[in-house]
Design a protein around this ligand. Structure first.
Ligand SMILES: [Zn+2]
Length: 138
Protein backbone atom coordinates (compact mmCIF):
# COMPACT_ATOMS: atom_id res chain seq x y z
CA UNK A 1 0.00 0.00 0.00
CA UNK A 2 1.18 3.49 -0.73
CA UNK A 3 -0.10 6.78 0.55
CA UNK A 4 -0.36 9.66 -1.85
CA UNK A 5 -1.30 13.19 -1.09
CA UNK A 6 -3.64 14.34 -3.82
CA UNK A 7 -5.24 17.59 -4.81
CA UNK A 8 -8.17 18.49 -7.02
CA UNK A 9 -8.37 21.39 -9.46
CA UNK A 10 -9.74 23.57 -6.63
CA UNK A 11 -6.60 22.77 -4.67
CA UNK A 12 -8.33 20.73 -1.99
CA UNK A 13 -5.70 18.42 -0.61
CA UNK A 14 -6.42 14.94 0.67
CA UNK A 15 -4.63 11.68 1.20
CA UNK A 16 -5.54 8.31 -0.24
CA UNK A 17 -4.09 4.82 -0.08
CA UNK A 18 -3.40 2.80 -3.22
CA UNK A 19 -2.15 -0.72 -3.75
CA UNK A 20 0.80 0.74 -5.65
CA UNK A 21 1.73 3.58 -7.96
CA UNK A 22 0.22 1.83 -10.97
CA UNK A 23 -3.11 1.41 -9.16
CA UNK A 24 -3.18 5.14 -8.53
CA UNK A 25 -2.40 5.87 -12.20
CA UNK A 26 -5.19 3.54 -13.35
CA UNK A 27 -7.77 4.97 -10.96
CA UNK A 28 -6.79 8.56 -11.69
CA UNK A 29 -7.03 7.92 -15.45
CA UNK A 30 -10.42 6.25 -14.99
CA UNK A 31 -11.65 9.20 -12.93
CA UNK A 32 -12.60 7.05 -9.96
CA UNK A 33 -10.76 9.14 -7.41
CA UNK A 34 -12.95 11.99 -6.28
CA UNK A 35 -12.10 14.94 -4.10
CA UNK A 36 -13.86 14.39 -0.75
CA UNK A 37 -14.65 18.12 -0.59
CA UNK A 38 -16.03 18.96 -4.02
CA UNK A 39 -16.25 15.63 -5.82
CA UNK A 40 -13.85 16.71 -8.55
CA UNK A 41 -12.26 13.67 -10.21
CA UNK A 42 -9.48 15.62 -11.93
CA UNK A 43 -7.02 14.91 -9.15
CA UNK A 44 -3.26 15.03 -9.30
CA UNK A 45 -0.54 14.02 -6.92
CA UNK A 46 0.44 16.85 -4.65
CA UNK A 47 3.99 16.97 -3.41
CA UNK A 48 4.21 15.54 0.07
CA UNK A 49 4.92 18.17 2.64
CA UNK A 50 8.68 18.37 2.65
CA UNK A 51 10.41 17.51 5.88
CA UNK A 52 11.80 20.61 7.38
CA UNK A 53 15.52 20.13 7.05
CA UNK A 54 16.56 21.98 10.12
CA UNK A 55 20.24 22.48 10.59
CA UNK A 56 21.87 20.86 13.55
CA UNK A 57 21.98 23.03 16.59
CA UNK A 58 25.29 24.09 18.08
CA UNK A 59 24.51 21.74 20.96
CA UNK A 60 24.07 18.76 18.61
CA UNK A 61 27.28 19.64 16.76
CA UNK A 62 29.21 19.74 20.02
CA UNK A 63 27.77 16.37 21.02
CA UNK A 64 28.73 14.91 17.61
CA UNK A 65 32.28 16.22 17.92
CA UNK A 66 32.58 14.89 21.46
CA UNK A 67 31.33 11.48 20.34
CA UNK A 68 33.89 11.42 17.53
CA UNK A 69 36.72 12.34 19.89
CA UNK A 70 35.67 9.58 22.28
CA UNK A 71 35.58 7.12 19.39
CA UNK A 72 39.06 8.10 18.19
CA UNK A 73 40.48 7.91 21.69
CA UNK A 74 39.01 4.43 21.98
CA UNK A 75 40.77 3.42 18.76
CA UNK A 76 44.00 4.98 19.90
CA UNK A 77 43.74 3.08 23.15
CA UNK A 78 43.24 -0.21 21.33
CA UNK A 79 46.21 0.50 19.06
CA UNK A 80 48.43 1.31 22.02
CA UNK A 81 47.29 -1.73 23.97
CA UNK A 82 47.90 -4.02 21.03
CA UNK A 83 51.34 -2.65 20.19
CA UNK A 84 52.89 -1.48 23.40
CA UNK A 85 53.92 -3.00 26.70
CA UNK A 86 52.01 -1.98 29.77
CA UNK A 87 54.38 -0.87 32.52
CA UNK A 88 51.84 0.60 34.92
CA UNK A 89 53.15 3.24 37.30
CA UNK A 90 56.76 2.38 36.38
CA UNK A 91 56.18 4.34 33.19
CA UNK A 92 58.56 7.23 33.90
CA UNK A 93 61.30 4.88 35.07
CA UNK A 94 60.89 2.56 32.09
CA UNK A 95 60.71 5.45 29.59
CA UNK A 96 64.03 6.72 30.93
CA UNK A 97 65.67 3.31 30.70
CA UNK A 98 64.57 3.02 27.08
CA UNK A 99 65.66 6.57 26.36
CA UNK A 100 69.11 5.95 27.77
CA UNK A 101 69.43 2.61 26.05
CA UNK A 102 69.38 0.59 29.29
CA UNK A 103 66.68 -1.67 28.04
CA UNK A 104 65.24 -2.80 24.74
CA UNK A 105 63.60 0.01 22.80
CA UNK A 106 59.89 -0.58 22.49
CA UNK A 107 56.61 1.19 22.83
CA UNK A 108 55.34 1.29 26.37
CA UNK A 109 52.38 2.75 28.10
CA UNK A 110 51.38 3.23 31.66
CA UNK A 111 50.52 5.85 34.18
CA UNK A 112 52.62 8.89 34.90
CA UNK A 113 51.89 12.06 36.79
CA UNK A 114 51.92 15.40 35.00
CA UNK A 115 55.13 16.20 36.86
CA UNK A 116 56.83 13.01 35.68
CA UNK A 117 55.77 13.74 32.12
CA UNK A 118 57.24 17.25 32.29
CA UNK A 119 60.50 15.87 33.67
CA UNK A 120 60.70 13.26 30.94
CA UNK A 121 60.10 15.91 28.30
CA UNK A 122 62.82 18.09 29.77
CA UNK A 123 65.18 15.15 29.47
CA UNK A 124 64.20 14.80 25.84
CA UNK A 125 62.17 11.63 26.22
CA UNK A 126 59.32 11.57 23.78
CA UNK A 127 56.10 11.10 25.67
CA UNK A 128 52.51 11.44 24.60
CA UNK A 129 49.85 12.11 27.18
CA UNK A 130 46.59 10.56 26.12
CA UNK A 131 43.35 11.05 27.99
CA UNK A 132 42.55 7.48 28.93
CA UNK A 133 38.83 7.06 28.94
CA UNK A 134 37.08 4.23 30.69
CA UNK A 135 36.46 1.33 28.37
CA UNK A 136 33.06 1.22 26.77
CA UNK A 137 33.57 -2.06 24.94
CA UNK A 138 34.14 -4.41 27.84
ZN1 LIG B 1 -11.97 19.54 -4.40
Amino acid sequence: MILFQLKCTSDHRFEAWFRDGAAYDAQAAAGTIACPVCGDTAVTKAPMAPRIAKGRTAEEKRAAVAAEVVRQLGELRRTVEENCDYVGDRFAEEARRIHYGETQARGIYGEASGEEVSELREEGVSVAAIPWLPRTDS
